[in-house]
Ligand binder design. Structure first.
Ligand SMILES: Nc1ncnc2c1ncn2[C@@H]1O[C@H](COP(=O)(O)OP(=O)(O)OP(=O)(O)O)[C@@H](O)[C@H]1O
Ligand SMILES: [Mg+2]
Length: 301
């Protein structure tokens, strides 16, 4: 009884209803949001192109292509950085060889770790060991889903606003899987971010990517085109590309194809070992990645 009285006293005297709240309720939230947006815009002011590498489908090679297309462009002298936006499944730290890299203060903000070939990389994998998951703890029971999504984008905003992106030709976002999440990222990153989609020659993958195309097409973001990854298996013994998937269908994604990249076990080894594009040598896989990088550049003009 005493407890009930105390609770109702607290409710009567402390809690406000919507009608009691004037403006932003004194939180200054509108100013905070505006300030935050200005900080992000200032931080990205020196970046010429923003490209998000997505798919909708998981495991099709988004992270691999992000890193190695960045490598191919870097080899042409472009200034490139990667933001690994897959906070819960970060791959770039390992692939780019920046696991355990320290975030050190720069002249104004936090300096970006760099790969051996000079690509700036932010990846959660640099700070969180692979044995641990990133957890966004919910303030309220049963609301962790909403909380997680909110926190994820708040974190992305923090990263964009806190690191020194500097003068770049291209900032690439390595997106997590999920067609709906791809659109959420498009909403958050804004209309200046263009999309490069990745698929593989399976109808299942193409179906998911087609959903992402349909969803993205409703918004203002440009879709530069798609890359078909794992389009055949590169056999080093016979120096030939053999079929990997049995699908004979030509893709019907309705967007430009920027090229195809075969599955090469050597490339997978490079990814696992954090070996850079520069060390690929004059190989079939390097030429395939180079061709896609060229198409990507032309699509940005
Ligand atoms: N063309 C390729 N040749 C060899 N290995 C590849 C190729 N493309 C991707 N891989 C390998 O396949 C695995 C999955 O690739 P990756 O992590 O890039 O996919 P993803 O789409 O980013 O996955 P996720 O949806 O989990 O983010 C990795 O081990 C990568 O090294
Ligand atoms: Mg990935």
């Amino acid at each position: 009884m005493q407890v009930a009285v105390r609770v109702s006293y607290r409710l009567r005297n402390k809690m406000k209803s919507y009608h009691d709240i004037v403006g932003d309720g004194g939180s200054g939230i509108l100013e905070q949001v505006a300030e935050h947006r200005t900080r992000i815009a200032d931080g990205l002011a020196g970046v010429r192109h923003l490209v998000a590498v997505g798919s909708g489908k998981g495991g099709v090679g988004k992270s691999t292509l992000t890193l190695h297309l960045a490598g191919a462009l870097r080899a042409r002298g472009l200034r490139i950085a990667i933001l690994d936006a897959d906070f819960n499944g970060p791959s770039q730290a390992r692939m780019a060889g920046v696991q355990g890299a320290l975030f050190v203060p720069g002249s104004h903000k936090v300096s970006l770790p760099r790969t051996s070939n000079g690509i700036g990389v932010f990846s959660m994998g640099s700070v969180i060991p692979e044995s641990q998951a990133l957890e966004f703890e919910s303030a309220a029971q049963g609301e962790s889903q909403t909380w997680r999504a909110t926190r994820e984008f708040a974190l992305l905003g923090e990263i964009l606003g806190s690191f020194e992106w500097g003068a770049l030709d291209l900032l690439m976002f390595d997106l997590p899987p999920g067609a709906e999440r791809t659109v959420q990222y498009a909403d958050f990153l804004g209309p200046c971010t263009s999309f490069l989609l990745v698929t593989i020659p399976s109808e299942v993958a193409r179906g998911v990517v087609a959903r992402s195309v349909a969803a993205l097409s409703k918004g203002p973001n440009r879709i530069l085109g798609y890359v078909e990854n794992m389009s055949g298996y590169y056999c080093r013994d016979c120096n030939a590309i053999k079929p990997l998937f049995m699908s004979s269908e030509t893709p019907r994604l309705g967007i430009p194809c920027l090229g195809t990249v075969p599955f090469d076990p050597e490339l997978a080894r490079f990814c696992d070992g954090g070996i850079s594009f520069a060390e690929l040598g004059d190989t079939t896989i390097r030429r395939a990645l180079d061709d896609v990088a060229q198409q990507l550049l032309e699509s940005l003009i």
